[in-house]
Write a protein that binds this ligand. Structure first.
Ligand code: MF3
Ligand code: CO
Length: 256
């Protein structure tokens, strides 16, 4: 069942969304050569604490990993797709890309968003990967309107990515979000005709999160049981926003 939210609930989600936006904004500005992903983690945890928010990821259990995720951020560098773990050993270098993914809970409602940030100057090819991934998210957001269907979102990401010569990751998906971090429906970045294709209705909130590889779409998980990496070691980018379906069109809760 897809839980729809009323205006009061959406306003609550908006507060969580704006905190996530502010955190990602500040972390993006910290990113430069020599900064470690642990530095980003420490800054993020402080911002959440100061705002009186609960981290959405720290302590989150997934059966696939068989453990609780230990950090407030996922920091996924270069060929890491998602769920990379912050570490004092991971020092960012010029030309790297780092996906910063985070979520918070305020008053029982979640916000979740991710950006991929370049470290200093990056190559033309890497820039295209970031641009195409971000564009695929923007095009998909525009489909989050009453009367459209879930596949309009999934197919829009897939077409834009594949049309530009990149691959979507099929093993990881976006999701509904609300009083839980992960609610129905799953939001894959491709059309899977075996899935249901519900009509989008006012009050639905979707976390749309294209994960895009420069090479093939295959992934594997590192022995830490969390970090997803590209099988062919190609670069991977990730952007995410929470979007409410409203009568006035898509309302992106995780940016101003
Ligand atoms: N943005 C990701 C998601 O929504 C991050 C989850 S990390 C976890 O699935 F640790 F919370 F699982
Ligand atoms: Co998410």
């Amino acid at each position: 069942m897809i839980i729809r939210k009323n205006r009061t609930e959406l306003d609550q989600m908006r507060r969580s969304g704006m905190l996530v936006w502010k955190i990602l904004q500040d972390l993006s500005q910290m990113v430069q050569e020599g900064v470690t992903t642990q530095d980003l983690e420490v800054a993020a945890e402080k911002m959440m604490k100061d705002a009186g928010a609960k981290p959405a990821f720290k302590g989150y259990y997934t059966p696939a990993a068989g453990s609780k995720y230990p950090y407030v951020l996922c920091t996924s560098v270069n060929d890491q797709i998602v769920h990379g773990m912050p570490s004092a050993k991971t020092k960012l270098k010029k030309g790297d890309i780092v996906s910063i993914d985070t979520g918070v809970q305020l008053n029982g409602y979640y916000g979740d968003s991710a950006v991929t940030v370049p470290v200093g100057e990056i190559s033309e090819g890497t820039k295209k990967l970031l641009d195409v991934t971000k564009e695929s998210l923007e095009l998909a957001i525009d489909k989050a309107r009453p009367g459209n269907r879930l596949f309009d979102i999934c197919g829009t990401v897939e077409q834009h990515v594949v049309g530009n010569g990149f691959s979507v990751v099929r093993e990881m998906v976006g999701h509904g979000i609300g009083t839980k971090l992960h609610e129905e429906p799953q939001v894959p970045n491709y059309v899977d005709r075996r899935n249901e294709n519900p009509r989008l209705k006012e009050g639905m909130v979707l976390a749309i999160e294209p994960m895009v590889n420069a090479g093939g779409g295959d992934m594997r998980v590192l022995p830490d049981k969390w970090t997803a990496v590209t099988k062919d070691h190609s670069l991977s980018a990730h952007f995410e926003h929470c979007v409410a379906v409203t009568a006035d069109g898509p309302w992106v809760l995780t940016r101003p």
